[in-house]
Design a protein around this ligand. Structure first.
Ligand code: P1T
Length: 379
């Protein structure tokens, strides 16, 4: 089955009771047992829920994995991965990553004795210097949030395998429409399904997908034991979103490209970060591992001024100034004060997240309207 078909039919079956084409929303906590322990596969909805199962099966299918696990948020999914580790273990993560991930790692898990190294991974060989016997996990985002750096998943996976280290890829920005990290050697794919998978800015949900039974069992144990699961209604919404992922992503990519090119040619814009540009530092890898370049574009206006960035985002009318990304509607964000505010200024500026940076999640509206909005806002 090819990708577009998988988004609709992958690992899905019609409901056994009435043949409903979409799974019912099993809004139930518990399930009748005929004798203790004897039930129809579901005992308690933290452990499993049929609507969540339908979503988890779909997630496994679209990422070419064997097991999917759905959580109450992207952060809950990341939290579950780090709980595979123990005190004394070390993690190497990309220095440019979602601020909430940085906060979880440094403000919660460092206190539990896990050590994190945040490094640039534009060249995978940089990893070797940080690997020791305690290194148990490599965490990457590609493209990175918000600088749109590209990391060579295959090259990092080769190093991870050599040292027997787990590789987790946050695939939120790319989605499996653009890249499938498990096929490139990653062990775990993570999603903030809140974004493109849900696709309509109406649900917060996280996901993990793996292709190894033992790893799946460990993560399932954590999912059930810690209990950060999503509800059936939210599972339903993400499952519905996935069914149109491919058509939405196609338009996100077209509009993203048009916006990136428009900004690059604008006399008042200094820098545009988008991996589709031939002179993007990792364009060759992007071209190799991604099908297209996605709908996220970051930029800095000439003068590198905080006040001007704020003026631009306040002037936008069709782009909504808001946290999040990946919905059908276009959003604009100011990473330094919003999504990446929890990263110390000095740290974030090293990666390019300056006070003048604006991040756009380019939606699927008519491109002429989006460009006209940018034109009037930049002035
Ligand atoms: O928001 P939540 O579903 O918990 O997912 C967290 C998360 C994880 N990974 C990446 C790459 C993300 O972008 C996010 C959430 N990001 C935003 C809210 C944002 O506006 O960037």
């Amino acid at each position: 089955m090819k990708f577009n078909t998988k988004t609709i039919h992958g690992n899905q079956e019609h409901d056994k009771a009435y043949g409903s084409v979409m799974p019912p929303i099993y809004q139930t906590t518990t399930y009748a047992q005929s004798t203790p322990g004897a039930h129809k596969g579901y005992g308690y909805s933290r452990s499993a829920n049929p609507t969540r199962t339908a979503l988890e099966n779909s997630l496994a299918s679209i990422e070419n994995g064997t097991h999917g696990l759905a959580f109450g948020s992207g952060m809950a999914a990341i939290d579950a991965v780090v709980k595979l580790l123990k005190s004394g273990d070390e993690v190497i993560a990309t220095s440019d990553l979602y601020g909430g991930t940085y906060r979880l790692f440094t403000k919660i898990f460092e206190d539990f004795g896990i050590k994190f190294h945040f490094i640039e991974m534009d060249n995978a060989s940089k990893l070797e210097a940080y690997i020791n016997v305690q290194t148990k996990l490599i965490w990457i985002e590609t493209p990175t949030n918000p600088m749109m750096n590209i990391i060579d998943i295959k090259a990092v996976a080769t190093i991870a395998k050599k040292h027997n280290i787990l590789l987790a890829v946050d695939n939120t920005f790319a989605t499996p429409y653009l890249q499938q990290p498990l096929d490139l050697g990653a062990d775990i794919v993570m999603h903030s399904a809140t974004k493109y998978l849900g696709g309509h800015s109406d649900v917060v949900l996280g996901a993990l997908i793996v292709k190894d039974k033992d790893l799946a069992q460990k993560l399932y144990f954590i999912q059930n034991a810690s209990g950060a699961v999503c509800g059936p209604q939210d599972s339903f919404l993400v499952l519905r979103g996935i069914k149109t992922l491919h058509v939405r992503m196609q338009r996100h990519c077209e509009n993203g490209k048009a916006v990136a090119e428009y900004l690059r040619n604008h006399p008042k814009i200094e820098n545009v970060y988008w991996p589709g540009f031939e002179d993007h530092p990792n364009h060759i890898i992007a071209k190799e591992q991604m099908k297209d370049y996605g709908g996220m574009v970051s930029f800095v206006a000439k003068g590198n001024s905080y006040a001007n960035a704020i003026r631009i985002v306040e002037n936008l009318k069709l782009f909504t100034l808001a946290e999040s990304l990946g919905g059908v509607e276009s959003l604009a964000g100011h990473p330094a004060s919003m999504t990446h505010a929890s990263i110390p200024k000095e740290e974030r500026e090293k990666t390019g997240v300056v006070d003048a940076l604006i991040r756009l999640s380019v939606g699927i509206e008519d491109i002429d309207d989006l460009i006209a909005d940018l034109e009037q806002a930049i002035g």
